[in-house]
Design a protein around this ligand. Structure first.
Ligand code: S3P
Length: 172
């Protein structure tokens, strides 16, 4: 079993992914933390030193690596599905779940947690709002390639777990 959790920054991929892995009794990997450990640098440091494309290269290399791990839930950064052939890699090696949280909810969550996210750090509330609007439009087509989409502003573990059980069973 290999499950990928995808979606916009702030949609709850890491927290729900971790809870899901606990319930399923499998390991959890947060791709951003994996990258930080591999390169011994924080995500903001990588962005600062190598720029966004430098980060995307490292992200894709690490994604390929974790795509071979067995019995795992993997939460990937918001941009990961939208670069290179990352989405195909995930779909070919596992099942992708897209946590489709609404625009307003994402904006309000990101306003509270922008410091660790180089793409929005330093932006005003209005700038975050328009960034999120543009980002959602661009990224949605990639996320929507996921085998399973879960929509809502307050996605609960129970709902995700139910969908996972259904989807994983169907795949067997
Ligand atoms: C990014 C999202 C971040 C992280 C990086 C870039 C993005 O992860 O990978 O800052 O492009 O949306 P989260 O989605 O976990 O915030």
């Amino acid at each position: 079993m290999r499950i990928f959790i995808v979606g916009y920054m702030g949609c709850g991929k890491s927290s729900l992914g971790r809870e899901l892995s606990d319930c399923l009794g499998v390991s959890f990997i947060d791709l951003d933390r994996f990258i930080e450990t591999r390169y011994r640098k924080t995500i903001p440091e990588i962005f600062k030193e190598s720029g966004e494309m430098g980060f995307r290269e490292k992200e894709s290399i690490c994604l390929k690596e974790v795509s071979f791990f067995e019995n795992v839930v993997i939460a990937v950064g918001g941009g990961a599905p939208c670069f290179y052939d990352n989405m195909d890699i995930m779909k070919n090696n596992g099942i992708c779940f897209f946590l489709d949280v609404g625009e307003e909810e994402i904006v309000s969550r990101l306003k509270k947690s922008k410091q660790d996210r180089p793409l929005i750090d330093g932006k005003s509330s209005e700038e975050i709002r328009s960034f999120v609007h543009v980002m959602m439009k661009k990224r949605r087509p990639y996320y929507e390639k996921s085998q399973c989409i879960i929509k809502g502003n307050d996605i609960k573990l129970e709902e995700l777990l139910m969908k996972v059980k259904k989807t994983v069973k169907l795949k067997k």
